[in-house]
Ligand binder design. Structure first.
Ligand code: HEC
Ligand code: HEC
Ligand code: HEC
Ligand code: HEC
Ligand code: HEC
Ligand code: HEC
Ligand code: HEC
Ligand code: HEC
Ligand code: HEC
Ligand code: HEC
Length: 309
C-alpha cells in the first residue's frame, strides 16, 4: 500500500555514486550510502555484485534496494552506531531464517522449486553454506569457493570416487557436479523407486541427466532392456567413477549381469523372475563371461530381443 509512496520517494534519492548521505525514508530505510563509512570494504566491492542491480536501476522500493534488501531497515543500526543486535545479521541467524530471507526474492525460479524439501535444507545447509554474498569466488554465481572444492568440502568421500581410474572428468574441469545434481533440490520427488531424490537433476518427467549427454542411450528401442527403464543407468554404472573402464558397478561385466539374471523370483515380469542365462551359456567357459561381446546392444536394440545386434 505504501509502495507508491516509496517509489515516489526513491526518485529523489541520490545515486550511489553521489557523495552526500541520504535522508531516512519511511520504514526506517536509510539507503546503501549510509553504510560506506563503517563497512568500507563490503561497500566498495558491492558494485560487482549482481545484487547491485537494485541500486543501479534506482527503480526498486527501499526494502528491495541494496544493502537493506537483505539486511533490513538500518535506521536503528545507525542510531546505535552499529552492532549486530540492531540489524539482520546473518552470522546470528538460524539456517531457516537465511533460507526465508533469500527466498523472499529467489523463490520463483523453477530450479529451486524443491529447495525447502531438499536434503540440504533438511540437513540445515542453507544458502550461505555455499554462497558468499560479499567474498565470492565468482561474482556470477556468488559461490564461496570453486564448485568442486565447495562440494568436496562436505562430501569428502565423493572426492575419492572421482579419483578412480575411470571417472567422469570433474576434477579435470570438463564437467561439474551440477551437470548431474541440483544442489537446490531435485525437480522430481523421488529417485529410483521410492528413494530420496539424491538431488539428481532429472527433467520434470523424471529423465536422468545422463541422457542429455549420452543421447544414443535414450531410445526409444523396439526391444528395451527393462533394467534401464526401471532402475536407470545406476543399476549397472557408478555415476562418479569406478575400477571398470566402462564405469560399471563391478570390476567385471558378468558380475553386474548376474546380480539380476540369477532367476530369483522377486524381480521381472509379474515377479516371475528375471531370466537366467540360457542353458547354452557355460560359465566355466571364459568366452561366456564377457556378456557384452555377444549382447552388444545392451542398452536396447531395434532388431533383437536379446540385444545380440
Ligand atoms: C557508525 C558505523 C556503522 C554504520 C554507519 C553501519 N554499520 Fe553496520 N555495523 C557496525 C558495527 C560496529 C557492527 C558490529 C560489528 C561486530 O560486532 O562485529 C556492525 C554490524 C553490522 C552487521 C552484522 C555483521 C555480522 O557480523 O553479521 C551488518 C549486516 C551491518 N552492520 C550492516 C550495515 C548496513 C547494511 C549499513 C548501512 C545501511 C551499516 N551496517 C551501517 C557499524 C556501522
Ligand atoms: C543478497 C543479500 C545481501 C546484500 C544485498 C548485502 N548483504 Fe551483507 N551479508 C549478506 C550475507 C548472507 C552475509 C553473511 C556472510 C556471507 O555470506 O557473505 C552478509 C554479511 C555482511 C556483513 C558482515 C561482515 C562480512 O563482511 O561478512 C556486513 C558488515 C554486511 N554484510 C554489510 C553489507 C552492506 C554494507 C551491504 C551493501 C553494500 C550488504 N551487506 C549487502 C547478505 C547481503
Ligand atoms: C531483494 C531481493 C533479493 C534478495 C533478498 C536476495 N537476492 Fe539474490 N538476486 C536478486 C536479484 C534481482 C539478482 C540479479 C538477477 C539477475 O542478474 O537478473 C540476484 C542474483 C543472485 C545470484 C547470482 C545468480 C543470478 O541469478 O544472477 C545469487 C547466487 C543470489 N542472488 C543469491 C542470493 C542469496 C544467497 C541471497 C540471500 C543471502 C539472496 N540472493 C537474496 C535479488 C535478491
Ligand atoms: C549445497 C550448496 C548450495 C546451497 C545450499 C544453495 N546453493 Fe545456490 N547454487 C549452488 C551452486 C553450485 C550454483 C551454481 C550453479 C551453476 O554453476 O550453474 C548455485 C546457483 C545459484 C543461483 C544462480 C543460478 C540459478 O539457479 O538461478 C542462485 C540465484 C542461487 N544459487 C540461489 C540460492 C539461494 C537463494 C539459496 C538458498 C535458498 C541457495 N542458492 C542455496 C549451490 C548452492
Ligand atoms: C555424471 C553425473 C554425476 C556427476 C558429474 C556427479 N554426480 Fe553425484 N551422483 C550422481 C547420481 C546419479 C547419484 C545417485 C546415485 C544413487 O543412485 O544412489 C549421485 C549421488 C551422489 C551423492 C549421494 C551419495 C549417496 O550414496 O548418498 C553425493 C553426496 C554426490 N553424488 C555428490 C556429488 C558431488 C560433490 C559431485 C561433484 C564433485 C557429483 N556428485 C558429481 C551423478 C553424478
Ligand atoms: C556445508 C556442507 C555441504 C556442502 C557445501 C554441500 N553439501 Fe551436499 N550434503 C550435505 C549434507 C549435510 C547432506 C545431507 C546428509 C547426507 O545425506 O549425506 C548433503 C547431501 C547431498 C546429496 C545427497 C542427497 C540425498 O538425497 O541423498 C547430494 C547429491 C549432495 N549433497 C550434493 C552436493 C553438491 C553437488 C554440492 C556442491 C554444489 C554439495 N552437496 C555441497 C552437506 C553439504
Ligand atoms: C555433461 C555431459 C555428461 C553427463 C550429464 C553424463 N556423462 Fe557420462 N560421459 C561424458 C563424457 C564426456 C564421457 C567421456 C569420458 C571422459 O571424460 O573421458 C563420459 C563417459 C561415460 C562412461 C564411460 C564411457 C566410455 O567411453 O567408456 C559411462 C559409462 C558414462 N559416461 C555414464 C554416464 C551416466 C550413467 C551418467 C548419468 C549418471 C552420465 N554418464 C552423465 C559426459 C556426460
Ligand atoms: C543393464 C546394465 C546397464 C544399464 C542399465 C546401463 N548400462 Fe551403460 N553399459 C553397460 C555395459 C555392460 C557397458 C559396456 C559395454 C561394452 O563392454 O561394450 C556399458 C557401456 C556404456 C557406455 C560406454 C560405451 C557406449 O556404449 O557408449 C556408456 C556411455 C553408457 N554405458 C551409458 C549408459 C547410460 C547413459 C545409461 C542409462 C540410460 C546406461 N548406460 C545404462 C551396461 C548398462
Ligand atoms: C538391474 C537388473 C538387471 C541387470 C543388472 C541386467 N539385466 Fe538384463 N534384464 C533385466 C530385466 C528386468 C529384463 C527383462 C526380463 C523380462 O522381460 O522378463 C532383462 C532382459 C535381458 C535380456 C533379454 C532376455 C529375454 O528374455 O530375451 C538379456 C539378453 C539381458 N537382459 C542381458 C543382460 C546382460 C548381458 C546384463 C549385464 C550386462 C544384464 N542383462 C544386466 C534386468 C537386468
Ligand atoms: C558367445 C555369445 C554369448 C555370450 C558371451 C553371452 N550370451 Fe547370453 N545369449 C546368447 C545367445 C545367442 C542367446 C539367445 C539364444 C539362447 O538362448 O541361447 C542368449 C540369451 C541370453 C538370455 C536370454 C535367455 C532366455 O532364456 O531368454 C540372457 C538373459 C542372457 N543371454 C544373458 C547373458 C549373460 C548374463 C551373459 C554373461 C554372463 C551372456 N548372456 C553371455 C549369446 C551369448
Amino acid at each position: 500500500m505504501t509502495k507508491i509512496l516509496f517509489r515516489g520517494f526513491l526518485l529523489c534519492l541520490p545515486m550511489l555514486a553521489a557523495p552526500q548521505a541520504t535522508a531516512p525514508s519511511p520504514g526506517g530505510y536509510v539507503g546503501s550510502n549510509a553504510c560506506k563509512t563503517c563497512h568500507a570494504d563490503v561497500w566498495a566491492n558491492f558494485y560487482k555484485n549482481p545484487h547491485f542491480k537494485s541500486i543501479a536501476s534506482g527503480t526498486e522500493a527501499p526494502e528491495k534496494t541494496g544493502c537493506e534488501s537483505c539486511h533490513g531497515p538500518a535506521k536503528a543500526h545507525l542510531e546505535a552506531g552499529g552492532g549486530k543486535a540492531t540489524i539482520r545479521a546473518f552470522s546470528e541467524m538460524q539456517p531457516v531464517q537465511v533460507l526465508n530471507g533469500c527466498l523472499a526474492c529467489h523463490e520463483k525460479q523453477i530450479g529451486r522449486a524443491q529447495i525447502r524439501r531438499s536434503s540440504h535444507t533438511q540437513a540445515d545447509v542453507a544458502c550461505n553454506s555455499c554462497h558468499s554474498v560479499h567474498r565470492p569466488n565468482s561474482t556470477k554465481t556468488l559461490l564461496a569457493k570453486k564448485q568442486t572444492e565447495l562440494c568436496y568440502g562436505c562430501h569428502n568421500s565423493v572426492r575419492s570416487q572421482f579419483a578412480m581410474p575411470h571417472k567422469h572428468r570433474v576434477n579435470e574441469g570438463s564437467m561439474q557436479c551440477v551437470d548431474c545434481h541440483n544442489p537446490h533440490g531435485s525437480p522430481s520427488p523421488t529417485w529410483r523407486v521410492g528413494l530420496r531424490p539424491r538431488m539428481v537433476e532429472t527433467t520434470r518427467d523424471g529423465e536422468e541427466p545422463c541422457l542429455r549427454c549420452h543421447t544414443d542411450k535414450r531410445g526409444p528401442f523396439a526391444f528395451e532392456h527393462a533394467a534401464l527403464r526401471v532402475d536407470g543407468c545406476g543399476s549397472c554404472h557408478s555415476p562418479h567413477g569406478s575400477m571398470n573402464p566402462r564405469m560399471l558397478k563391478r570390476p567385471v561385466v558378468f558380475t553386474v549381469c548376474l546380480e539380476c539374471h540369477n532367476g530369483a523370483t522377486s524381480f521381472g515380469k509379474s515377479g516371475a523372475g528375471i531370466p537366467t542365462q540360457s542353458s547354452s551359456h557355460n560359465m566355466n567357459d571364459p568366452r561366456y563371461r564377457n556378456c557384452t561381446t555377444c549382447h552388444v546392444r545392451i542398452h536396447g536394440s531395434n532388431s533383437d530381443p536379446q540385444f545380440l545386434r
